[in-house]
Write a protein that binds this ligand. Structure first.
Ligand code: PLP
Length: 384
């Protein structure tokens, strides 16, 4: 089945007792057993361990990435933690140098006394990745496009380096989504999402997930079991209502994604030609240094290269001019996060604080699905 059909039907088994086409929301935390105390076949036990709404969501998430199994969490951060925890104490991880900054905070802060360490590298420099490998390196983490400078990592090339050394590769596919990049096709071992973003799509559900590949796992499934245990025992699970709502949002995922990408492409071309803008970071632009790799691995569901809905711009003049532009916009809301139907703009330097590596004149833009004529007109009035 194609992604548009899977987004609607995968995991949606309706309700056999009522005949409801839309699966009911099951809030109960506990489920009745047979009179002799045994489990009734197919029934859940306790909602932290499993719940019908979560199972339906996990089935859909796995289908959307072409994976065997998805494990849903209460946030993207909890999903990331589950992967790091499963690697075991004392593991070393190679990370992109412009990774979503809170991913690194998990290692440096939460897992420091678990002995996790990391090395940050420019993932577009393959020799730097090779140099960063240590005896205890267990994982290479890819985030492409990167945040916020939209660098594109050649996933296939990184997987080749990792496999030669028996190292796992995880891909945070939150920005590109399964609609524009299919990490499992390039041999990645684990996909992670902040479902808060494009999967949720309406800026009203916090969530995350880990997805495991359809191919037999190279470690015999050990990692997958550890991640599932982290979920069901650790308990950072999404509520049945969040699962139900996310399942509903995903029904329109395949309709939303091409609009985000088409709008972003048009906005990037417009912004590239404005005298107030120093640079537009968008892999769809022919002038972009990562355009060649992006064309190879960012393919839309129709088989045509397509570059997603995220970009960043460098504003001439510096931080003051960037902040002024963000606050002059009326449709683009000056707020953090991404992937919702509404357009957002954000000054990453002030959000990330003192340790930020983002240029002071950078604005990150999440292009929504409003009419592009209105979005361009909003920038035109803001520049005046
Ligand atoms: N990964 C990326 C690329 C993100 O942008 C974010 C959040 O902004 C996360 C992970 C963390 O996800 P969450 O906020 O759902 O915990």
């Amino acid at each position: 089945m194609k992604i548009e059909t899977l987004a609607i039907h995968a995991g949606n088994h309706g309700d056999l007792t009522s005949g409801a086409v839309v699966p009911p929301l099951i809030l109960s935390t506990t489920f009745e057993r047979a009179n002799d105390g045994s489990l009734v076949e197919g029934r859940d036990i306790y909602t932290r361990a499993s719940n019908p709404n979560r199972r339906a969501l996990e089935e859909k998430l796995a289908a959307l990435e072409g994976g065997s199994e998805a494990i849903a969490f209460a946030s993207g951060q909890a999903a990331t933690m589950s992967i790091f925890h499963a690697l075991g104490a004392g593991s070393h991880i190679i990370l992109p140098d412009d990774i979503y900054y809170n991913t690194k905070v998990i290692i440096d802060n939460l897992y420091a006394n678990f002995g996790l360490t990391c090395t940050e590298v420019d993932m577009t420099d393959l020799s730097a990745i090779k140099r960063a490998i240590k005896k205890n390196t267990k994982l290479i983490w890819i985030e492409t496009p990167s945040n916020p400078s939209l660098k594109i990592t050649d996933i296939q090339a990184v997987v080749k380096i990792a496999k030669a050394k028996d190292i796992l590769v995880a891909c945070d596919n939150t920005w590109a989504t399964s609609f524009f990049t299919r990490p499992f096709d390039f041999g990645v071992d684990i996909i992670m999402h902040s479902t808060t973003k494009y999967f949720g799509g309406h800026s009203d559900i916090l969530g995350g997930c880990v997805i495991l590949p359809a191919l037999p796992a190279s470690d015999g499934g050990v990692l997958g079991v550890a991640i599932r245990t982290f979920q069901s025992v650790g308990g950072a699970v999404p509520s049945p209502f969040d699962c139900w709502l996310l399942n509903r949002s995903l029904s329109t995922y395949a309709i939303r994604m091409p609009v985000h990408a088409k709008n972003a492409m048009k906005l990037a071309v417009f912004l590239e030609n404005q005298p107030q803008i120093e640079k537009v970071n968008y892999p769809g632009l022919k002038s972009n240094q990562y355009h060649r790799i992006a064309k190879k691995q960012m393919i839309g569901a129709d088989g045509v290269p397509c570059f997603g809905g995220m970009m960043s711009i460098l504003v001439k003049g510096g931080e003051k001019q960037a902040l002024a532009l963000a606050s002059n916009l009326k449709i683009f809301k000056h707020a953090t996060s991404l992937g919702g139907v509404e357009s957002l703009i954000e000054h990453r330097y002030s959000v990330e604080g003192l340790h930020s590596k983002s240029p002071e004149n950078l604005l990150r833009i999440s292009v929504g699905i409003e009419n592009i004529i209105d979005l361009i007109a909003d920038f035109e009035q803001a520049f005046k």
